[in-house]
Design a protein around this ligand. Structure first.
Ligand code: GLA
Length: 376
C-alpha cells in the first residue's frame, strides 16, 4: 500500500536533503498516521542517519533517530492544551555522539549492569569491558545506543522498524544476534515499543529504552514533585556498585514502597544516591501489564508504563550534573528527569535465581513496552 512507497520516496527525497510530510491511512485500524522524514541527520560508521517524526491525530509528535534508536523528543499537550517536550533529547546528531547519558536510547546487548564484567554460559566464561567501575554497564563501550540501525517503515503494523545485527564477539558477547525494535505511535498517545531478537549461539540479552521523562516539559523543574506508583511488592536491593545482592526484598516499610502513589521527593533522601533500583513487577501473565503510573499535577500529564518484562529500573537522574545542556542552553541538572526502564533484572547472568536472560538458537525473544500519556 501507499505508505511503503511513500517511505521509499521519502528516503530518496531525504537523500536529496529535502524534508516532506505525508498523511496516509492504516488500512487495518483506519488510523490516520503521518510520517515525516527529515533530511539526513548525518553519517556514522559510513551509514546514513535519519530523524523520523511520527505524528498522530491528536497532534502528538515523537521523533526517533536510527542512531541508537534514540527517541529524541515527544511533544504532547498539557491540561490547558499547551504543547511541550516531555523527554530529554538533543536536536543534532553530533550532540548525541559527544556526550549522551543514554538519553532516549535503545540499550543492549545487556541493559543495566553485569557484575565484574563477566558471566558464564555453561563452561565458557565471557569477559566484557568494565565501563562502570569493575562492572559492565549498558552493553559496554559501544552498545546498541551508539550504533546505526537499519530503518524501514512496516506497512502492516504502521511502525518504524529498526534492525541491528550484533556480530558474534561484539563487546565480548557470544553469537550473531539479530534485533528488531519497532516503534509505533497510536492515536491514544501511546508509544509502543516491540522488541524481538534471535541468535545463532547461546547468549545473554536485556533490552530496554532509556528515555528520561520530565512531565512538566521544562528541565527548570525537577521531577521530585512528580507522583509515582509502581506495581511491585518487591525490589532487588543492591551493593555499593549497584549490583543486586540477589535478594528479592519486600518494599513494605521502605522508601521503595510505591504501591500507593508517592511524591518522588518525599523519601528520596532516605535512599543513598537517589533511586536507581530494579523493581520486581507484580505480573499475572505474559502480556503487557501496568507497571507504573507517573503524574505531574501542575501540567496534568500522566504517564502509564505497561510492559511484558519482569522488571523496571526506576532511576532519578542521579548522575545528571548540569554538564549536558539542551540546545537552548538549559542545563540538565540532577533529578530534572527520570527513567522507567522496563527490563530483566540487573546481573541476571550471574544470578541463577533471577528470571533467565539466556537466549538460545532457535528461540525468539519477544517483549513489549508501552508508554501512554494522558492528561487529567
Ligand atoms: C541506568 C543506570 C544508572 C545510570 C544510568 C545512565 O539507569 O541504572 O545507574 O548508569 O543508566 O547514566
Amino acid at each position: 500500500m501507499k505508505t511503503f512507497k511513500i517511505f521509499i520516496l521519502g528516503s530518496i527525497i531525504a537523500v536529496l536533503a529535502v524534508s516532506f510530510m505525508v498523511t496516509c491511512t492504516d488500512e487495518r485500524s483506519g488510523e490516520p498516521v503521518e510520517v515525516f522524514i527529515q533530511k539526513e541527520w548525518g553519517q556514522v560508521d559510513g551509514k546514513k542517519v535519519y530523524l523520523f517524526t511520527l505524528k498522530n491525530e491528536k497532534g502528538d509528535e515523537v521523533k526517533i533517530t536510527n542512531y541508537g534508536g534514540i527517541v529524541t523528543s515527544w511533544i504532547t499537550a498539557d491540561k490547558s492544551g499547551k504543547k511541550s517536550n516531555v523527554v530529554i533529547g538533543y536536536d543534532s546528531l553530533s550532540r548525541y555522539q559527544e556526550k549522551n547519558p543514554y538519553f532516549g536510547a535503545i540499550i543492549g546487548r545487556y541493559a543495566n549492569r553485569i557484575g565484574n564484567a563477566t558471566f558464564k554460559i555453561d563452561t565458557a566464561t565471557y569477559h566484557l569491558a568494565a565501563n562502570d567501575g569493575k562492572n559492565s554497564l549498558h552493553g559496554g563501550l559501544k552498545g546498541f545506543d551508539k550504533v546505526v540501525w537499519d530503518a524501514s517503515w512496516n506497512d502492516t503494523t504502521n511502525a518504524l522498524t529498526l534492525k541491528y545485527v550484533s556480530k558474534d564477539g561484539e563487546e565480548g558477547y557470544p553469537g550473531n544476534l539479530t534485533v528488531t525494535v519497532a516503534y509505533k505511535l497510536t492515536n491514544d498517545n501511546e508509544l509502543l515499543i516491540d522488541y524481538t531478537a534471535e541468535t545463532d549461539k547461546p547468549t545473554v540479552l536485556n533490552l530496554t529504552n532509556h528515555s528520561y521523562f520530565n512531565l512538566t516539559g521544562d528541565v527548570n523543574n525537577t521531577i521530585l514533585d512528580h507522583t509515582l506508583q509502581i506495581n511491585a511488592d518487591k525490589y532487588t536491593p543492591v551493593d555499593a556498585t549497584l549490583i543486586p545482592t540477589g535478594e528479592l526484598k519486600e518494599v513494605k516499610g521502605t522508601p521503595f514502597d510505591f504501591l500507593q502513589p508517592h511524591k518522588i521527593g518525599e523519601r528520596i533522601n532516605d535512599v543513598k544516591g537517589g533511586y536507581d533500583h530494579n523493581f520486581v513487577l507484580n505480573r499475572q501473565g505474559d502480556k503487557p501489564e501496568l507497571a507504573a503510573t507517573l503524574a505531574d499535577s501542575v501540567s496534568g500529564r500522566v504517564l502509564e508504563v505497561y510492559t511484558s518484562q519482569p522488571g523496571m529500573q526506576f532511576y532519578t537522574g542521579n548522575f545528571l550534573d548540569g554538564t549536558n545542556k539542551l540546545s537552548d542552553g538549559k542545563p540538565i541538572n540532577i533529578h530534572t528527569a527520570l527513567c522507567l526502564e522496563t527490563q530483566h533484572f540487573p546481573d541476571s547472568p550471574n544470578k541463577p535465581a533471577f528470571p533467565t536472560t539466556l537466549l538460545k538458537p532457535g528461540e525468539k525473544f519477544h517483549s513489549q513496552t508501552k508508554y501512554k500519556i494522558s492528561v487529567k
